[in-house]
Design a protein around this ligand. Structure first.
Ligand code: HPA
Length: 273
């Protein structure tokens, strides 16, 4: 029966605001907010007004849930996200994924700003995530602990489509391993050198819990990082949060183009099958 559990209250409310079935879910991180314009925005609902939904408290995260269509595909877009360092726990971070799942989302595309660790990376590069590394213990992760049988979390076919599209569009996309750190402070020099020695190509403060939640719910997942700053390992290196957002914003147009084409391609392929 609807209206008696939190998830039904959330979805009933969103239905009353025009939300309906969607096949694609997109999470837009720092600096990616304008990419919500790729859908026709039938409904835009602030997180704060949605029952039980965690609200973004960080600058650069608009905090809107957007429902709309693109080329015949229905999409739910999270314009902004929540992080562990805002005081939310793993269940709360996973909650929007439960909501998307109730609306039928099958394909999840997650974005983030990330610090580059691979010496070949430059600020503004996009990186498709192949695998992740995260230091958060089993107890904190609850039932979002990755199942070893589930490795890799990142869908090979989705990533291959993304790379194919990027080649057609003549803008290269890197592929690499993403490390998740809890934040909110940027990493110390020692942490940077540890993450590099573990084989991480980039580091972020988000994405991994959402991807794990999506996988647990049976979604095909892809994640894309925008390298917003590069760690060379030199003494005294600092990162400016404003620069992080502005670097991502300058790559957002390119990402929107990839996203539209990816949704179109996957929608066409899965509708035909
Ligand atoms: N570290 C962690 N998260 C980030 C970074 C970083 O250098 N840049 C953007 N998000």
């Amino acid at each position: 029966m609807s209206g008696h559990d939190p998830l039904s209250e959330t979805t009933d409310f969103l239905r009353s605001q025009g939300f309906s079935t969607a096949r694609f879910g997109v999470i837009l991180g720092t600096g990616f907010g304008t990419c919500a314009q790729i859908v026709d925005q039938k409904s835009v609902v602030p997180y704060r007004s949605i029952p039980h939904f965690p609200a973004s408290t960080v600058k650069g995260h608009e905090g809107n849930l957007v429902y709309g269509g693109r080329d015949g595909a229905s999409v739910i877009v999270m314009q902004g996200r929540v992080h562990l360092y805002e005081g939310y726990d793993i269940r709360q971070i996973a909650y929007p994924l439960e909501v998307m799942h109730r609306f039928g989302v099958e394909v999840l595309i997650v974005t983030n700003a990330a610090g580059g660790l691979n010496p070949r990376y430059e600020a503004g590069d996009l990186m498709a995530v192949r695998h992740h590394i995260h230091p958060i213990g089993r107890r904190q992760m609850g039932d979002l602990t990755a199942d070893p049988d589930d490795d890799p979390c990142y869908d090979d076919a989705l990533r291959a489509s993304l790379l194919e599209i990027s080649i057609q569009r003549k803008r290269s996309v890197q592929q690499g391993i993403l490390a998740w750190m809890p934040g909110p402070s940027f990493e110390t020099r020692a942490e940077i050198s540890l993450l590099k020695s573990l084989g991480a190509d980039a580091v972020t403060m988000s994405t991994v819990p959402e991807v794990l939640a999506g996988r647990r719910l049976g979604m095909r997942t892809a994640a894309l990082s925008c390298i917003s700053n590069v760690w060379t390992g030199r003494k005294g290196e600092t990162v400016d949060t404003e620069d992080v957002a502005s670097t991502v914003e300058s790559s957002a147009g390119h990402f929107s183009d990839l996203l539209v084409r990816l949704i179109r391609k996957v929608h066409r392929e899965t509708s035909d099958s």
